[in-house]
Structure formats: C-alpha cells, structure tokens
Design a protein around this ligand. Sequence first.
Ligand SMILES: [Zn+2]
Length: 289
Amino acid sequence: MNDLLQPLRNMVERYDKHKRLEWTQELITIYEESRRIIADCQQLFLMDENARITLQTDASDFGTGGYLFQKVDNMVQVIMCISKALVGAQLRWSVREKECYGIFYCFKVLEDMLKHVKFHLKTDHKNLVYINCALTGKVARWKLYMQDWNFTVSWVEGQEEHQQVPDKLSRLVSNPEETETSIDTETAVLAVAVAQVAISDAEYAIISSQHNAIRGHSGVDVTLNRLRNGGYTFPNLELKVRTFIRKCPLCQLTSQIKSLVKAQNFTTAFQVICADHFRNTRKDTSTHW
Ligand SMILES: [Zn+2]
C-alpha cells in the first residue's frame, strides 16, 4: 500500500494552491486501485460481551495465527486477526509446542479484551483438547497462565468454515528461513530463573546494609549504585544483588500485590498524547456501530 501510494504523495509534495494538480492516467489508476483496496479491507467490530465470542488459533511450521470473532444475529463479525512469526529456537519446537504457543501468544495479545469474559477456544490440534494433561517446562507455564481464564475448548477440523483464517494467518509471516541468534523470551525467563549464585554471609551482610527497611527496598540498579558508591565490590556483584533482591521476602510480597498498570510510559517532555472518547452510539440498519 505504501509503495502504491507513493506517486500520489509525490504529486502533492510541493502542492501549490494556485496550480492545478496534474492527474495523469497512471495516477488516476493508482487512486482507483487504492480506493478499491481500502474498500476491500476486512471490517472489524467492537467486541460484544453478550455475543458468542470465539478464538480460533493455528500454527504452521513458521508461524502462529489467531482469529477472534463473534456471532451477532447469526452474522460473523471479525474482532481481531493475529499473526506471529516463529523465530530462533521456536522454529525447532514440535508441532504440539507450536500449537500451544500459538494459543498462549493469542491470549497474551488479547489479555485486555478476553481475560474477564467467557469465550470459546477452537484449535485444529486434537491434543490440545486435553488441555489439563500435565506437561513440563514452557508448555506447562503457558497452561498455568491460561488456567484461570474463563473459556471452553474444542477441536476443530482443518477444513472447518473459519479455520482457514488462522491457518492463513499462521503462514502470513516473513523470512521463515531467518533465524535469530538472540535468546528468545521463553529461554530468557528460564535463564534468569537458574542464574543464581551462592552469597556468602559477609556478602549477604554487605548487601543487606544497603537494601533493608531503613535504606529502602530499592531495585537492582539503585542497590548496586549504593554498594559501588560505598566502595563495596566483590565478584559477581550484580548477579548476587539480583539474587538477593529476588529472595527478599518483602520485595517478593510487594511485587505480587503491585497492581497491574496497563498504560504506556510517557517520559519525554512535550510528548503529544492523543485521547478520544465516544458516547451515545446507536446501531444503524446494517448493525454497525
Ligand atoms: Zn527487598
């Protein structure tokens, strides 16, 4: 679309209101073509919590796809489409793991919308109907994340009416050959969990002198700075401080009760923030809002 519109942008780049724009046949064709593409865009709907909401997911060798829709008056209304390329180690996962990850990823993306409503999950992999079966490692973590959600699950044939959508979305990914050498998030989480070191009594006393009820339960960076400024240093200082804070009972407690803030940080001065609201909406004859 961007490339298609470029000639139109070029035309208005040095727009002079005293001169007529030169509409060549080529520009007219581009204009008509872009109008057609925009008109053909999939229409998206706001979620209606009273409707039957269905999430369908699928995975291909190279990606995962998700399709969220609802049925209102027997009409299918698309709410959101999700497509995600698998990278690095994810490409070597088993089919089952890729399928599970596809569901987990869609849940993550749709958390704000779906966490507190009842919906139906459909997926084309038979094994996933047995969502309660015990699995180890990352798949178990994904299932743990999903277990308090309010949803029903069923298996769906690959040829089923809507299943072709997530199926296509899971293939709508670029550079399947490209592999990423950096650690993916799942492995990274695992890496943090195991990267703990033994802290000697003397080191423990030093760190606790800078991270306590009086000095404050500050984070890793602040505690590290305090230690360095105080002239304290020993091997693996950062890792030990990190381990110390992760095991600090009060920090564990406060990290759990900290309310989830679902907002973007605005830290730059004079940053422009746009806001909008709507009210008193009514359905028109074609049930659009
Ligand atoms: Zn603490």
